[in-house]
Design a protein around this ligand. Structure first.
Ligand SMILES: [Zn+2]
Length: 108
């Protein structure tokens, strides 16, 4: 089966047979992984994206319950190239920090 693959180094798109294996990029000559599927040509941009699901979920939870901690999880996600989730977790942490402050001041 011929699939389209994208080089993780130079982003060049090329065709190869098979999937989920290591090949040599014809554009830059470096070793790269193929994650593209033959059917929909979808690329998996981040190799580690799946392994961060737990941290991302924890980040959103902490952003609500413990905004001070959630904020740092958001920073951590940013450093791990999870920019969308990192920014969202940090934004939620800021919002809920304000909400909890208002609640705290209201009841005490
Ligand atoms: Zn390349």
């Amino acid at each position: 089966m011929i699939i389209k693959a994208q080089c993780e180094h130079c982003q060049a798109v090329f065709e190869d047979e098979g999937m989920e294996k290591t090949v040599w990029c014809p554009s830059c000559g470096k070793e790269t992984h193929i994650y593209a599927k033959g059917s929909d040509y979808s690329f998996k941009p981040n190799v580690e994206s799946d392994s961060f699901d737990g941290i991302i979920a924890m980040g959103y939870l902490l952003a609500v319950l413990l905004p001070a901690v959630g904020f740092f999880v958001g920073v951590y996600l940013l450093f791990k190239n999870q920019h969308g989730h990192g920014a969202a977790v940090m934004a939620m942490s800021s919002a809920f920090a304000a909400i909890w402050t208002v609640v705290f001041l209201h009841f005490f």
